[in-house]
Design a protein around this ligand. Structure first.
Ligand SMILES: NC(=O)c1ccc[n+]([C@@H]2O[C@H](COP(=O)([O-])OP(=O)(O)OC[C@H]3O[C@@H](n4cnc5c(N)ncnc54)[C@H](OP(=O)(O)O)[C@@H]3O)[C@@H](O)[C@H]2O)c1
Length: 129
């Protein structure tokens, strides 16, 4: 099985995902802006990349079928990054937010919601699983 790429793997959620995938025997790779500061378990391959620099993503995505995506980068970087991911991977798992929950609490407009909607829309139309 090819490695699974975790984007956001140095953060709160991604770090847990990496640890659990590695513990289950999966090969895992983390994309990190500063690999030297990643402090991840030794079985995690750490590759330098930055979501706002799409040309850095191809190397991180080389040989990858599946991506776990945590997004906290600026909205302007969404489309170019998703385009690169869709070129290499066939499956994506996105840590989204409950924007489709009907309760008014989850229907308030905010900039974060717009980014999540954009990412979900691009994933749905990308052909990725
Ligand atoms: N925390 C939760 O319980 C939770 C639950 C549901 C949904 N979410 C959603 O998940 C996101 C936050 O997750 P989190 O709490 O795990 O975030 P976090 O701890 O703030 O970590 C953010 C991650 O994104 C990486 N990152 C930021 N900018 C980047 C860039 N330009 N290129 C590449 N990587 C970049 C950071 O890497 P660096 O090491 O380079 O900084 C870090 O690994 C939000 O969208 C939130 O809505 C979070």
């Amino acid at each position: 099985m090819n490695p699974i790429l975790v984007i956001g793997g140095t953060g709160t959620v991604g770090r847990q995902v990496l640890s659990r995938l590695a513990a289950s025997g999966a090969q895992v790779r983390a994309l990190a802006r500063n690999p030297g500061e990643a402090c991840l378990p030794p079985q995690v391959e750490v590759v330098r990349g930055d979501l706002v620099l799409p040309e850095t993503l191809d190397g991180c995505l080389d040989g990858i079928d599946t991506v776990f995506l945590v997004w906290t980068a600026p909205a302007a970087a969404v489309a170019p990054a998703l385009e690169r991911i869709a070129k290499h991977a066939r499956r994506i798992v996105f840590l989204s937010a409950p924007i489709k929950t009907a309760h008014p609490l989850f229907q308030q407009p905010n900039p974060g919601r717009e980014v999540v909607e954009q990412i979900e829309r691009l994933i749905e139309t990308s052909g990725l699983q």
